[in-house]
Design a protein around this ligand. Sequence first.
Ligand SMILES: Cc1cc2nc3c(=O)[nH]c(=O)nc-3n(C[C@H](O)[C@H](O)[C@H](O)COP(=O)(O)OP(=O)(O)OC[C@H]3O[C@@H](n4cnc5c(N)ncnc54)[C@H](O)[C@@H]3O)c2cc1C
Length: 431
Amino acid sequence: MRRVTVVGGGLAGCETALQLSARGIEVELIEMRPEKNTPAHRSPNLAELVCSNSLKSENIQTASGLLKAELGLLGCFLLKMADGARVPAGHALAVDRDLFGSIVSSAIDGDPRITLARREQTDLALPGCAVIATGPLTSEALSASIREHLGDEHLYFYDAISISLATESIDTGRMFRASRYGKGNADYWNIPLTRQQYTGLLEFLKSSAKAEKHGFEDGMCFDACLPVDVLAGRGDDTLRFGPLKPRGLDDPLTGREPYAVIQLRQENASGSMTGMVGFQTRMTYASQKQMLKLIPGLENAEIVRFGSIHRNTFIDSPRLLDEGQMSLRRKGLFFAGQITGVEGYVESIAHGLIAARNIVDFMDGGTYRIFPPETILGGLQRHLSGGASPFQPMNANFGILPPVGGERALRKNRKAERSLDALKIFLDRRD
Ligand SMILES: Cc1cc2nc3c(=O)[nH]c(=O)nc-3n(C[C@H](O)[C@H](O)[C@H](O)COP(=O)(O)OP(=O)(O)OC[C@H]3O[C@@H](n4cnc5c(N)ncnc54)[C@H](O)[C@@H]3O)c2cc1C
């Protein structure tokens, strides 16, 4: 009988365990709660949602809705269980958190092929095939063991995500292309700001609404990537001497350095996503959208990934794991869920499902079945294996899909249809 150890009974770990069991594989699932808690979990339930009770939109014209539709085609267990714990929330799939956790816990308890062990796993001494799905709040002892296995510099403990925009929504007419002091290729779009524009932005950053912090994230400030709104509060010129520095960036229109400069950089291989350099932020999503209205050329830009700063344990997956998120240093040691660099509840569930498929492919001695690039699942897989350095986590968004042409208002719909068609063809051929 085939056996796999899954560490972490969260969203990813439970989906992996149920998918493996459905394929006839015996699973030992190790969960440290309630014996030992994380700073955010509150109950002994498996698959506890630590914050919001929303799994976001079900509308396939949103990336999260499309991901759900893809997961529906693949027989995702946790999404079906979420449906059973649903509370009214318009287009969103919101759940009664306790009911959802108890449905998942009962399914695991009642599964004859899954054995649940309630204890902390403190190291990677796991025989045979194993999956680490211990999430953003992996216990300290296990984090230390992972760090030792992968190397100090390859396990991160927070993410500071800068705002990403849909490239096609940016008006580059008022920007210039250059790299600082003309060194290397002119890879950046530069947005020159006048003193007045800079001051307007500064005041907005200082007064804008900020997202709520969790108690254990207090004081979590990292000098290398301080939030742009924190820098704004440190003095009127701090940003101009920091991420908005104009040095070496002469505006071709005036032949002079502007008062300040915002830089934009390509974020993915296809060029569909563009990042705002240094714009990691704790501002609320609404404030981030409002802020763009103050920046020349970004007034109508669409945010594909909002800026954020979180406590998060994640691996430099593109450099340390193979295409199936198996350690390059130890055959049979897989990682699943948020610790691999996906971000979000549904994304973690999705990666739990992906991990089970990868393990089966590995055990069968075959190659991994990577989903088509047109699907959100395939886009996330490609990010985990090909994301640029420094690696940053990724949620479901349309920017990770290849562009489609045509009228802007219809593009999301076309991407959604294209994804589901591609997935159906893929499943007919491969599964
Ligand atoms: C505070 C916070 C709030 C978040 N809010 C949201 C949100 O509102 N919406 C959203 O989409 N995403 C949110 N996320 C991001 C993310 O989607 C969730 O954290 C998600 O639960 C990750 O799924 P996972 O399965 O990878 O990890 P988890 O669901 O956290 O599961 C990991 C499990 O492993 C267990 N574990 C840890 N270490 C060990 C060990 N050594 N031995 C045994 N068991 C162990 C934990 O107890 C836990 O049950 C939030 C993250 C954090 C940290």
